[in-house]
Design a binder for this molecule. Structure first.
Ligand SMILES: C[S@@+](CC[C@H](N)C(=O)[O-])C[C@H]1O[C@@H](n2cnc3c(N)ncnc32)[C@H](O)[C@@H]1O
Length: 273
């Protein structure tokens, strides 16, 4: 890119596609970890920090995209009129159904669908849209953001990794001799992409404090394995040594790395009417 180019000339959609393409994300099967996901984020302060920013009133219709097992969905439904919870993982949706019954909530409808295909014509409009940690793999990001803006009547909230989220994962990758991906700050591209679309969002680092805890070193390895793709036996051995050096056991017996805090950025905007 030439240095004399104006910021308006930058094609952020192209940059997004290029970065995402180079990263060659593994297609994760969320069904595989649906049962474990809730436990993994049990002590996570991310949901409460996110929810503190979401403006929703008791008469609002809300759409929770990539709702997972309901960590955000359930508290959000309690504050809203009705909520559509969308996910492509049927196991995640089963877990939400069970939580709805436990909590006595009747204002949630679940829908199994790919959230990247939703638009105003096929789903209608909702007051508030939340896509928490769920649209980061969208190759057609510009189209997805434009559709979310069309679907929303009042607010859109989307969240992405912050700049430090992959630091410890990258150290583990180095430890086993795997290539560390080039730094790719999703939220910076998304912010610029939205601006280029005439949408001027707010960007907030949620400043999460909680660290990831594992029941055992083996669980830490399994979780790493799921995140980055298959780990060979040899790499597993190296990972074992790496985690033994870097994880300490806390007072509850969980293994954690005090530096491995979740780092999440919320991007939100008020719909222009
Ligand atoms: C990291 S979890 C986030 C769950 C919840 N929103 C949260 O923040 O705790 C990602 C969820 O998004 C869902 N998801 C990812 N891509 C999706 C897509 N294209 N269509 C529908 N669901 C998707 C996954 O099945 C998974 O349940």
């Amino acid at each position: 890119m030439k240095s004399e180019e104006n910021i308006e000339d930058i094609d952020w959609d192209y940059i997004w596609r290029k970065e995402l393409g180079e990263k060659k994300r593994e297609k994760k099967d969320w069904n595989e970890i649906a049962d474990k996901f809730g436990k993994w984020i049990e002590k996570d302060d991310y949901p409460i920090k996110l929810l503190n920013h979401v403006k929703v009133s008791p008469s609002d219709s809300v759409m929770d995209l990539g709702c997972g097992e309901g960590t955000i969905t359930i508290p959000l439904a309690k504050k809203s009129g009705h909520l559509l919870a969308v996910d492509k993982s049927d196991k995640m949706l089963d877990l939400i159904q069970a939580k709805m019954i436990d909590e006595g909530l009747s204002n949630i409808i679940t829908l199994r669908q790919d959230i990247l295909t939703l638009n105003k014509d096929n789903i209608g409009q909702y007051d508030v849209i939340v896509a928490s940690r769920s649209i980061n793999s969208a190759y057609n990001m510009k189209e997805v953001l434009s559709n979310l803006n069309d679907i929303a009547r009042k607010y859109v909230y989307i969240s992405f990794y912050g700049p430090n989220n992959r630091k410890e994962e990258n150290k583990a990758l180095e430890a086993i001799g795997k290539k560390v991906p080039r730094k790719f700050d999703e939220y910076i591209i998304i912010f610029n992409l939205l601006n280029s679309m005439g949408i001027h969002p707010n960007v907030i680092n949620l400043e999460c404090e909680s660290v990831k805890g594992y029941d055992s070193i083996n669980e830490a390895i399994e979780r790493f394995n799921w995140r980055i793709g298959t780990v060979s036996d040899k790499e597993r051995e190296k990972l074992n040594n790496h985690f033994k050096k870097n994880l300490i056991q806390n007072s509850e017996g969980k293994w954690e790395n005090p530096n491995n805090k979740g780092d999440w950025v919320l991007i939100w905007w008020k719909k222009e009417i």
